[in-house]
Design a protein around this ligand. Structure first.
Ligand code: AMP
Ligand code: ZN
Length: 111
């Protein structure tokens, strides 16, 4: 998608700090962190959100969750972390390419 920041990052047209990448998705540092560690897991496939997800997309999302679990120590998140998907306007989604926020590195406020 031409105007998508995350697609541009994936293609190397925009810089980012990439911590992990495979054939399905990448993990980058968020440029505006809300906690000591704030990463974003971004599927390679461009679609705006869960309402546009295919079954294949859901399988990739499952793989991402599995990978986050196995990478957590390496990412500095051994004490725990929070995963967030902002879906749509009411949640304040600003980038219309589905992504999962990975937030941690410190004690987070209870939801
Ligand atoms: P959301 O509000 O859920 O759509 O989240 C979008 C996130 O992308 C925000 O936390 C932004 O700080 C982050 N973001 C926007 N542009 C970039 C970028 N160029 N590199 C890394 N993170 C970005
Ligand atoms: Zn995109």
């Amino acid at each position: 998608m031409e105007d998508c920041i995350f697609c541009k990052i994936k293609l190397g047209e925009l810089s980012s700090t990439k911590l992990y990448e495979d054939g399905d998705f990448m993990i980058i540092k968020d440029i505006n962190p809300v906690a000591k560690i704030h990463l974003i897991a971004i599927p390679n496939e461009h679609y705006s959100g869960l309402d546009m997800q295919t079954e294949e997309g859901a399988i990739v999302l499952g793989k991402i969750l599995h990978k986050i679990g196995t990478l957590s120590d390496e990412l500095g998140l051994s004490n725990g972390y929070r995963l967030v998907i902002n879906q749509g306007k009411d949640a304040g989604q600003t980038v219309q390419h589905l992504h999962i926020h990975i937030i941690g590195g410190e004690q987070l406020h209870n939801l």
